[in-house]
Design a protein around this ligand. Sequence first.
Ligand code: PBG
Length: 325
Amino acid sequence: MFPNHRPRRLRTTPAMRRLVSETAVRPNQLVLPMFVKEGATEPVAIASMPGVVQHTRDSMRKAALEAVEAGVGGIMLFGVPTTRDAVGSGGTDPNGVLNAALRDLRAELGDETVLMSDLCLDEFTDHGHCGVLDAKGNVDNDATLAVYAEMAVAQAEAGAHLLGPSGMMDGQVAVVREALDAAGHLDTGILAYSAKYASAFFGPFREAVESQLTGDRTTYQQDPANIREALRETTLDLTEGADLVMVKPALAYLDVIRAVAEISDVPVAAYQVSGEYAMIEAAAANGWLDRRRTILETLTSIRRAGADVVLTYWAVEAAGWLREN
Ligand code: PBG
């Protein structure tokens, strides 16, 4: 009698489906990225990321507490400075917006959550690149490393548990590790943006941090066509001392997440970026997608691909849904 095999049997009841469900998303695996704007007295809405704001130092503290109460695993902080210069001084300044915000949050939350910070210059430079420029206007890899080292120590001193070097400079993980160790920050870890692509999906983020960039990042971020290169970058970051490795963006790079997960002996993170957020919010606002189902489906897919940790702007809301389920 045909068919001999009936996979539908395992889908007959909710209880049966629950029993054989392979992939779970837990709130503690989600990380909430947050923006804090220097000098802001009111939270400022980000038009291309409905529901996400640039926080004041105060509203950030409140939102961080809510995130911890919701059970999210961590918070990734980005700073939006009022002034920028060629070398991104606001990033190394202990009183720069990001370092000040880290200090606030560490004082408020102690070790109750994992506090992470973006270690990159694009928010702080007046040209918007992730590093400093040479005389010809190209991003100068090794001169940038020196700034990252200084920035790393400032962030560790401000209270970050994990630093996220995201500028895709060669040698950045090694330089950050060495600087941290030399300054005695042996327990401050590195969440390395190992496979970071020159992606159109970062579009809304540029508005979120008021980026000054003209041009693109194709001389340092990876070509979306390449996966072997992602494995090379990951291997280098592992050798240089990364505590976690990350793939970014997530949804268009599930194959990369899978491949990285197969070679990594440290936890793998994936970043569901601003454009992934905007895309689903826009479709949901038009009634074209079921918002909650779509969000949970993407998070499940990213986990299924092999990510242990997911950075997502929906972290708090998704954590609430996951507790209900
Ligand atoms: C670099 C950085 C970017 C993002 C995270 N870290 C921007 C870029 O590389 O262009 C993008 C995150 C997002 O789009 O949500 N500081």
